[in-house]
Design a binder for this molecule. Structure first.
Ligand SMILES: [Zn+2]
Ligand SMILES: [Zn+2]
Ligand SMILES: [Zn+2]
Length: 127
């Protein structure tokens, strides 16, 4: 990977310049909102990340319940796709509680490119 470029999981390509800056600024803002601070809280779980394929393109558990969801998250340890914290059932969080897999990223949302650690309550830039 060339210096100055970040890998974008959302767009599936390498981004330089404005888009990389856009992601970094968005992540700083989200980090401030979700953790109350601007600097990154360290996470000790990054070595758990696997090269995973998404388990689904929907929240299967919500579909089974006849529910809808605002956004999807993907587990970076096993690829489980579940709905976000703003969803009625929070299936991504429930997956963490059931399995101990702490790291998620947005799934299928353009312009979102971050990692959240449930265990450390840390918002991380993409690795
Ligand atoms: Zn962590
Ligand atoms: Zn769900
Ligand atoms: Zn998982």
């Amino acid at each position: 990977m060339a210096e100055g470029l970040i890998h974008c999981y959302v767009h599936g390509d390498e981004l330089g310049g404005d888009m990389a800056l856009h992601h970094r600024m968005l992540n700083v803002l989200l980090r401030r909102i979700w953790t109350g601070q601007f600097s990154a809280i360290p996470c000790s779980h990054l070595d758990m990340i696997n090269d995973v394929e998404p388990s689904s393109h929907v929240c299967d558990q919500c579909v089974a319940l006849g529910e809808t969801w605002p956004e999807l998250r993907m587990c970076m340890i096993c690829g489980h796709v579940g709905c976000c914290e703003d969803s009625k059932y929070q299936h991504a969080r429930r997956h963490f509680e059931a399995t101990g897999h702490p790291l998620i990223m947005p799934y299928g949302i353009r312009g979102m490119n971050w990692i959240w650690c449930y265990e450390d309550r840390a918002l991380l830039d993409p690795v």
